[in-house]
Design a protein around this ligand. Structure first.
Ligand SMILES: CC(C)(COP(=O)(O)OP(=O)(O)OC[C@H]1O[C@@H](n2cnc3c(N)ncnc32)[C@H](O)[C@@H]1OP(=O)(O)O)[C@@H](O)C(=O)NCCC(=O)NCCSC(=O)C[C@](C)(O)C(=O)O
Ligand SMILES: [Mg+2]
Length: 367
């Protein structure tokens, strides 16, 4: 039962006469990297046509990181890119086209939607809404999009993705995910969320050396603890709780969780670690802020050849999928098979759009 004020029978009804029918299931399109660009930045915008086919999603960002003076230029730049770039967005696009509109309380959000939907709505796959606080924000966008889609004669609904970047948004995460059949997924907004929660960090995503646990102190023969001794510390993940909540809320509603931005562009190693934590916990992708983060995201969010080799062996060994077998000294059963099928299915989806990956998965020997 969707956590919405609409009854179950109305949940999938279009919200405006003439609007396209809402989707019953969110398509599982690969979206390992959602690559952000500022459409008002001419150097960045010039690179977009050649990036089509090299990244799963290109996202024209209109919100934070675009100067207030450039908001109009960014919106117009995105319209031009959406109109003129071959292979970008829409059902036949090789790379999806997303946008992040300005926040709903800003002076720009309404014009973002009323401009983009008629101009490039047929190309826009997903609209990311920042700073979503609760289901009411999704309901507002949902109805407005239906009206604009009806007027533009669009044949397919534009999906909506919410960024969790306020404490209220996190507290309402389940109702946000279930607020509309348009909901495609969630991303973490670690910088705004940290500020809203009054966390004491100053970074965009990633860990903090002060957030740690320390090994117990050694004790002397008389049992006294030597708290001054050298002890190993282990840095902890500040984002574990939020990502885990997002993953559960998304899985419950059949939509997709994503990590978000990693602002230390130079630290490609920690970036990969943070992305991998999210992948292992259940996220399907992340953001890329700089071209060099695309390769990191594509690598991390594609199952490794070793994982697929193992997963296929378990599937083969399990025969009809029931019971328990021993493989390499480990017990495999109905539930470990299900985990392996998650990986095998993901590999198939990715191989369908990534020829290099397909080659690697095809080369895996049986047995
Ligand atoms: C980090 C920056 C300033 C470094 O920009 P740079 O120019 O210093 O980097 P560079 O290494 O010198 O750039 C090399 C080349 O790549 C180009 N380039 C560089 N970046 C891109 C790009 N993204 N897409 C396409 N091209 C790009 C750049 O123009 C340059 O071209 P050139 O060789 O012709 O001179 C720059 O990469 C950038 O502005 N990235 C996007 C930042 C962004 O979108 N931030 C908002 C998302 S994070 C967020 O909002 C938080 C959140 C969720 O809301 C919350 O946690 O609360
Ligand atoms: Mg933000």
């Amino acid at each position: 039962m969707p956590s919405s004020s609409r009854s179950a029978k109305d949940f999938f009804a279009p919200l405006a006469v003439g609007a396209p029918a809402p989707v019953r299931e969110v398509p599982a399109r690969p979206s390992r990297a959602i690559h952000f660009f500022d459409p008002s930045n001419e150097k960045m915008a010039a690179k977009i046509p050649q990036m089509v086919g090299t990244v799963d999603v290109l996202l024209g960002n209109l919100e934070d990181a675009v100067k207030a003076d450039n908001k109009l230029a960014a919106r117009e730049g995105l319209v031009r890119i959406g109109r003129d770039t071959d292979g970008l967005g829409g059902p036949g696009g090789t790379t999806q086209l997303w946008t992040r509109i300005n926040s709903l309380d800003s002076p720009w959000a309404l014009d973002d939607l009323t401009t983009l939907v008629p101009a490039i709505g047929h190309r826009l796959d997903v609209i990311m809404v920042p700073k979503v606080q609760g289901a009411e924000d999704i309901h507002y966008v949902d109805r407005l999009l239906a009206q604009l889609e009806a007027r533009a004669g669009l044949e397919r609904p534009i999906l909506v993705h919410a960024i969790l970047e306020t404490a209220r948004g996190v507290a309402n995460v389940e109702e946000i995910c279930g607020a509309s059949p348009r909901m495609q997924g969630l991303s973490l907004g670690p910088a705004d969320l940290a500020a809203d929660r009054r966390m004491k960090t100053t970074r965009v995503g990633g860990g903090h050396p002060g957030y740690l646990v320390r090994q117990d102190p050694p004790t002397s023969a008389d049992g006294a603890a030597d708290v001054g001794a050298d002890r190993t510390t282990y840095q902890q993940d500040l984002w574990h709780y939020t990502i885990a909540r997002m993953v559960d809320a998304c899985a419950m509603h059949g939509i997709y969780p994503y990590y978000g931005p990693f602002g230390d562009i130079a630290d490609v190693v920690a970036c990969e670690d943070q992305f991998r934590n999210a992948f292992l916990l259940g996220c399907v992708g992340t953001w890329s802020l700089h071209p060099k983060q695309i390769a990191i995201a594509n690598k991390v969010f594609s199952p490794s050849v070793e994982d697929i080799r193992h997963a296929r062996r378990v599937v083969a060994a399990m025969g009809d999928g029931t019971g328990a077998v021993m493989l390499d000294g480990k017990m495999e059963d109905d539930a470990s098979l299900k985990q392996c099928l998650v990986l095998v299915d993901l590999a198939e989806e990715l191989a369908a759009i990534d020829p290099e990956l397909k080659k690697q998965y095809d080369a895996i020997e049986e047995g």
